[in-house]
Write a protein that binds this ligand. Structure first.
Ligand code: SAM
Length: 188
């Protein structure tokens, strides 16, 4: 775990805008992000896994390693993830490229630790479009945020035909975080 913090701090110093968080997520946030997942939920994709804190929660919930694909932009994080998670599929890539790694409509859940609020609108749109291309009918994306507002600007949600529903608030995280579930508006 100490190794995770050192690697996280190094990446934060090297690429502050890409990491955009003061520490890895807590196990409490990992549990909230993975709530209700299990062997039935796969395939699952995770965007921006970093040191793998949320990944641990997804695996602990019962998702099989071979049903989990991690998409991480940082080469150092991707190498670390490959070393610690046997059997999990790790791709060093931008989440915008998710549709290259799974057939359209095949994924049950996308878990995202990406700092979407710090990204330009076109990048956020590309990431959400990729997520909802791979997600099957009824599938959902889970995103946490630290602020009081939803993790994606309303004009982007409307343009892409998505809605965000509030899920759990996790006080035991630094800083406290809120989980949101993003779905296709026509399916709600
Ligand atoms: C705030 S950290 C979250 C790390 C981890 N999920 C957690 O909750 O502790 C954001 C992570 O997203 C990665 N990242 C940023 N932009 C990305 C992108 N476009 N595609 C994939 N990963 C990205 C960063 O390298 C970093 O690992």
């Amino acid at each position: 775990m100490a190794q995770d913090f050192i690697l996280f701090a190094k990446q934060l110093l090297a690429s502050p805008f890409q990491v955009s968080a003061i520490s890895p997520s807590s196990r409490f946030l990992a549990r909230a992000m993975a709530a209700g997942l299990g062997p039935h939920s796969g395939p699952v994709m995770e965007f921006g896994p970093g040191t793998g804190q949320l990944t641990r929660g997804v695996l602990a919930a019962g998702v099989a390693p071979q049903d989990l694909t991690l998409i991480e932009m940082s080469a150092d994080f991707a190498r670390h993830l490959q070393n610690i998670f046997a059997g999990v599929n790790v791709r060093r890539a931008g989440a915008q490229e998710a549709a290259s790694f799974a057939p359209a409509g095949s994924v049950g859940v996308v878990i995202s630790g990406l700092p979407l609020l710090s990204m330009p609108d076109p990048v956020v749109e590309a990431i959400l479009t990729a997520a909802f291309t791979v997600l099957r009918a009824g599938g959902e994306m889970r995103q946490f945020t630290y602020g009081s507002k939803p993790p994606i600007a309303p004009h982007i949600m409307e343009k892409l035909g998505l809605v965000a529903v509030k899920a759990g608030k996790v006080w035991l995280n630094l800083p406290p975080a809120r989980v949101y579930i993003l779905k296709r508006a026509r399916e709600v």
